[in-house]
Design a protein around this ligand. Structure first.
Ligand code: SDX
Length: 427
């Protein structure tokens, strides 16, 4: 591709550099455009806009490829662990055995939360949506860990990052326990990151909890699949909040709030509700027709993606994991049959083929999470728990970029031109 791009505006020619990354589309560097030509670019939804330079994650939407620091997601899901992927995203390379053990130990030693944090939960109604609790409690963390909020200090950034990753499972499990009226369990440092989360979520003080290794492995894989995903809506929210110098806990709380939306991380909860609403395979056609009807706001939840115009590679791994978990638990969930039948029918339908709509990461996750025992209201909490690794890694990458500046988009103004105020008596 040429190394410059030329614009002609009102007869004037403007030339801007075209930059190439290591993979993916080139970008036109238009940072000087407004100063040169007094015009903005216009791209609602940022469908054709690169907001930053990043080396963390790359998606090839046409090929259905997802790389974390160059490693394909299917290889990481099969061979790595969520803690190792966290290290990889934060540090750029896979750890040595000693590096990994040190990192895992550091995270383990940060899993407890300030004892006073427990009282925050009492301020919520018992039937509060766990995502509402997550927004509130994570947003309050900077009130408890003020000693790691100086973003100009790399040491404090590292401690805050470790605290966020380590404490999310504890905070998430506490949100669940609070919603069902059971006591909180403290972390158990003898367990793995995922095993500890499962025990805090499903264990009770009245008896020992045995971690099921198959479930532990499945959850670890699900967390890997949700760890990071380029500049999606919630990651862009974290970056924008962080660009003002806000503390990392507040930035992650902003990401949680954005993720909750049903078009984004809330889709896993919405997808399972949709599958239950469909109920049986013979009802699928009716919902496919509704999804295609322009006058019907209904969309197939868990289908479609801004970037993937091929299979979401995470959905493939999720579907395999669902089959394995259901078999291990001896669960014959008819909803899984509805999901597979719906996928088959949709993928053969002209509308979905033409619009390149495939199952995304949220389509099968609910089937697995439900079989393991999570209520639907916890699905997006689990997404937030895993995505905290990506949010923290992206936030660190942004803060340590010397060219980092506050994000401040412009607009195409279509409101009234300047006019004089008229006193109410004259209106
Ligand atoms: C996540 O960005 C990320 O990386 C997100 C994520 C991550 O890891 O961070 O991957 C996680 O958010 C996955 C997506 C979860 N959301 C859903 O499953 C909700 C259902 N999907 C849609 O709402 C939609 O597909 C989006 C929001 C995911 C993507 O929307 P786009 O890219 O803005 O596409 P669009 O809305 O412009 O749709 C293009 C066309 C439209 O038809 P036309 O107006 O061109 O005629 O496809 C149609 C849409 O109506 N369409 C669907 C559809 N998704 C898009 N029609 C029916 N069912 C759907 N699910």
């Amino acid at each position: 591709m040429a190394d410059t791009a030329e614009f002609t505006i009102e007869g004037e020619k403007y030339e801007y550099p075209v930059l190439s990354g290591s993979c993916g589309p080139d970008v036109i560097d238009i940072r000087k455009l407004y100063g040169d030509a007094n015009v903005f670019t216009f791209d609602p939804g940022f469908k054709a806009t690169a907001s930053c330079e990043s080396g963390l994650t790359f998606i090839n939407g046409r090929e259905g490829v997802l790389l974390h620091r160059g490693y394909p997601i299917d290889q990481l899901a099969q061979q790595s662990s969520f803690m190792e992927v966290a290290y990889l995203l934060l540090n750029g390379e896979l750890p040595s055995k000693d590096e990994f053990e040190d990192f895992e130990r550091t995270i383990t030693l940060h899993t407890m939360v300030h004892e006073q944090l427990k009282t925050l939960y009492n301020g919520f109604r018992r039937d509060a949506h766990p995502m509402a609790i997550m927004c509130g409690v994570v947003g309050a963390l900077s009130a408890f860990y003020h000693d790691s909020t100086d973003i100009t200090d790399p040491e404090q950034r590292t401690i805050a990052s470790h605290r966020m990753i380590a404490k999310m499972p504890t905070i998430a499990a506490m949100a669940y326990k609070y919603s069902i009226g059971q006591p909180f369990l403290y972390p158990d440092n003898s367990l793995s990151y995922v095993g500890n989360f499962l025990r805090m979520t499903f264990g009770v003080p009245a008896e020992d909890y045995r971690v099921n290794p198959v479930i532990e492995r499945a959850m670890d894989r699900i967390f890997i699949l949700h760890a990071d995903h380029e500049q999606n809506a919630s990651t862009s929210t974290v970056r924008l909040a962080g660009s003002s110098g806000a503390n990392p806990f507040a930035c992650i709380a902003a990401g949680i709030a954005c993720l909750w939306g049903p078009a984004h991380g809330g889709a896993n909860e919405a997808a399972l509700r949709m599958l239950h609403e469909i109920g049986t395979p013979d009802q699928i056609g009716k919902y496919i027709d509704r999804a295609k009807d322009k006058d019907d706001p209904f969309r197939l939840m868990g289908f479609g993606h801004r970037v993937y115009k091929n299979f979401d590679p995470r959905a493939k791994v999720m579907k395999e994991t669902a089959a394995a978990v259901l078999e291990e638990l001896g669960v014959d969930d008819p909803i899984f049959d509805v999901a597979r039948e719906l996928e088959q029918i949709a993928l053969e339908d002209e509308y979905f083929i033409e619009k390149k709509l495939y199952p995304n990461v949220d389509f099968y996750s609910g089937v697995i999470l439900s079989a393991i025992g999570f209520p639907t209201t916890m699905f997006t909490v689990l997404f937030a728990l895993a995505r905290t690794v990506g949010w923290v890694a992206q936030w660190n990458e942004m803060i340590s970029d010397p060219a980092q500046t506050i994000g401040r988009p412009r607009q195409l103004y279509t409101g009234p031109e300047m006019r004089d105020y008229t006193p109410i008596g004259e209106r």
